[in-house]
Design a protein around this ligand. Structure first.
Ligand SMILES: Cc1cc2nc3c(=O)[nH]c(=O)nc-3n(C[C@H](O)[C@H](O)[C@H](O)COP(=O)(O)O)c2cc1C
Length: 466
C-alpha cells in the first residue's frame, strides 16, 4: 500500500445509529442486542480481522426529541462509550479505540484521568473525538437552560483542551517515574507539577493523578467544518472528519484546511482528513440496489426528521415539505447547532437545485447508510475516487452497528487489500504510531506541547511543597 488510508468502524452504543426504522426488519433486529457487551466484542474482533485502524464510538448526552427519537430508539438510549473501552481493549490487540466525549459532560480533570487510565490499559490505543455537543437537551442535562452559542462552544472547548493538555503533557516531566529502591523514591517529586490552570471556566490545580500513559495525549479526532470548527481543527486535531459529500467537495474542503494549517504554521500532512463512507454491499449491482430499496422502504422518516431537527436546531416537523432548500440553507447558516450539516446535504448532489423542496429532497436522500450501493469492486472504485481527491481515510458506516461488519470484512476488505487501498497487517506500536509513523507522542510543535505551564516556576515551588 503506497499510502495508508485510515478505516474507522463507526458505531454508537444505541439501538439505531443511522438506519432509522430498519430495526423493524428481521435483519435489523440484531440491534436488540445493543445493550449487551458480547455483540460489541464480536464487532471489534471482526474489525481487527479486517485490519481496521480504529473503532470509533459516537455519542450524545441527550435526546434529539421527546417524541420520535424515543419511540423509535434513534440514538436513544445512549450508553457511555468510556465504560466499554477496557473490555474492548482486552478482546483486541491492535485496534484503536476512539471515544466521543463532549465538553459538558465531565470536567476536564476527571476526563483526562479517565483517558490516561484507558491509554495505559490498552497499551496506547485510545483516541478522543472532541465534540462540543449540539443537542439542547444535552445542555439541559448539565445545568444549562439552552444550548450555548456555536462559537462560544468552540472557545469553551479550547480551554477544556488546554486543561487536559497541561495535565497530559506538562504535569509530569519525562523521567518522573524512578522505581529507585536504594533512594526510596518511587517517583521524582521534582518532576511532577501542579498545573495551576486558572481560566474563564476552569480552575484546576493538579498535578495529574495518573502517570503518563504511552501516548500521553490520546489521538485527537474532531469534526466541524464551520469557520470556528476549522480553526479549532487546525489548532488541535490530528484527524478531522470532513462533511464533504462528493470527492470534488472533499478536494475543496481539503484545500481550505491545508491553507489554514499552513497559515497556522502547521504541516498539513499532520492533519488527516477523512470522510463518511456508507455502503450497501451486493454480489451484483442489482442485488445491492435491491437491498438499498429495502433499507429505504423501512426508513422511519419521522425518526429521521427528529434526528435532523435535534442536530440542526431546525424543527422540520413545522416546516412545510414544500419549503425550498434555498430557504433552509439560510437558516442553517446562522443555526447554533451544526453549521456544516446542511452544506453536506447540499453537496451530496453538486447540481442540487436550491429551488427544489425539502420534502422531495428528504425522500431522495434520507439514506445515510447505503448512500452508495454496489459490488465490492464498485465500492473499491468509489474508495479510489475519494483517495484520488486527497482524503486520508473513511468512517465506515454500517447498516446495523451489530452484525454487519462481517459482510464488509469478508467481501470488501479483500478487494481493497488487493488494490493496495487497505492495509494487510498492522504496524506495531501505539495508535498514534500506527496512524502517523512518527512516534507515540504528539509532535513537539503541536499546541498541546507548546502551551507549557504558565507560572511553571511557581508551580514547581508549589510542587516542592506538596
Ligand atoms: C463523522 C462525524 C461524526 C460525529 N460524531 C459526533 C458525535 O458522536 N457526537 C456529537 O455530539 N457530535 C458529533 N459530530 C458533530 C460534530 O462534532 C460537530 O458538531 C459538527 O460537525 C458541526 O460542527 P460545525 O458547526 O463546526 O460545522 C460528528 C460529525 C461528523 C461529521
Amino acid at each position: 500500500m503506497t499510502r495508508h488510508l485510515i478505516y474507522n468502524g463507526f458505531l454508537h452504543l444505541t439501538p439505531n445509529h443511522h438506519s432509522h426504522g430498519y430495526w423493524r426488519t428481521p435483519e435489523g433486529q440484531i440491534q436488540y442486542g445493543y445493550s449487551k457487551l458480547d455483540p460489541y466484542i464480536h464487532v471489534v474482533k471482526t474489525l481487527e480481522r479486517g485490519r481496521f485502524d480504529t473503532l470509533f464510538i459516537a455519542d450524545v448526552s441527550g435526546v434529539y426529541d421527546f417524541e420520535h427519537s424515543i419511540r423509535a430508539g434513534s440514538q436513544f438510549p445512549s450508553a457511555d462509550p468510556i465504560t466499554i473501552v477496557s473490555a474492548l481493549g482486552l478482546a483486541t490487540e491492535h485496534l484503536g479505540l476512539a471515544v466521543t466525549s463532549n465538553i459538558i459532560q465531565s470536567p476536564p480533570f476527571a476526563f483526562a484521568r479517565q483517558l490516561s487510565s484507558l491509554d495505559h490499559y490498552t497499551n496506547g490505543r485510545v483516541g478522543w473525538n472532541i465534540v462540543t455537543s449540539y443537542l439542547t437537551n444535552g445542555f439541559q442535562n448539565f445545568g444549562y437552560d439552552d444550548i450555548v452559542p456555536h462559537d462560544e462552544r468552540y472557545r469553551w472547548a479550547q480551554e477544556y483542551l488546554d486543561v487536559t493538555y497541561k495535565l497530559w503533557e506538562h504535569s509530569w516531566e519525562d523521567g518522573a517515574v524512578l522505581h529507585d529502591v536504594a533512594a526510596n523514591r518511587f517517583f521524582d517529586r521534582d518532576r511532577i507539577h501542579r498545573i495551576n490552570h486558572i481560566g474563564e471556566r476552569y480552575k484546576v490545580a493538579g498535578p495529574h493523578i495518573v502517570e503518563p500513559s504511552p501516548q500521553r495525549t490520546p489521538v485527537l479526532f474532531q469534526a466541524g467544518n464551520s469557520t470556528a470548527g476549522r480553526e479549532f481543527a487546525v489548532r488541535n486535531a490530528e484527524v478531522t472528519f470532513l462533511p464533504s459529500a462528493t470527492p470534488e467537495a472533499a478536494a475543496r474542503d481539503i484545500a481550505i484546511l491545508n491553507d489554514l494549517a499552513r497559515q497556522n504554521g502547521r504541516d498539513p500532512r499532520s492533519l488527516k482528513k477523512i470522510v463518511t463512507l456508507s455502503t450497501v454491499i451486493g454480489s451484483t449491482e442489482a442485488e445491492a440496489k435491491r437491498k438499498q430499496a429495502y433499507l429505504h422502504e423501512y426508513t422511519d422518516f419521522d425518526a429521521f426528521q427528529a434526528f435532523l431537527s435535534g442536530g440542526s436546531g431546525i424543527d422540520y416537523f413545522n416546516i412545510p415539505p414544500e419549503t425550498t432548500l434555498r430557504e433552509l440553507k439560510e437558516q442553517y447558516d446562522t443555526s447554533e447547532h451544526v453549521r456544516s450539516g446542511f452544506r453536506r446535504i447540499l453537496e451530496r448532489n453538486p447540481d442540487v437545485d436550491l429551488d427544489s423542496t425539502w420534502g422531495g429532497h428528504l425522500v431522495k436522500t434520507a439514506l445515510l447508510p447505503g448512500r452508495f450501493a454496489g459490488t465490492p469492486e464498485q465500492i473499491a472504485d468509489e474508495v479510489q475516487r475519494w483517495a484520488d481527491a486527497g482524503v486520508d481515510g473513511f468512517n465506515v458506516v454500517p447498516i446495523t452497528t451489530l452484525g454487519w461488519w462481517d459482510e464488509w470484512v469478508d467481501h470488501v476488505v479483500p478487494v481493497l487489500q488487493a488494490r493496495g487501498l487497505a492495509q494487510t497487517e498492522y504496524a506495531p506500536g501505539t495508535l498514534r504510531e500506527k496512524l502517523f509513523r512518527t512516534g507515540d507522542r504528539l509532535s513537539e510543535s503541536h499546541h498541546a506541547r507548546t502551551i507549557g505551564l504558565q507560572n511553571a516556576s511557581a508551580s514547581r515551588a508549589q510542587a516542592e511543597a506538596l
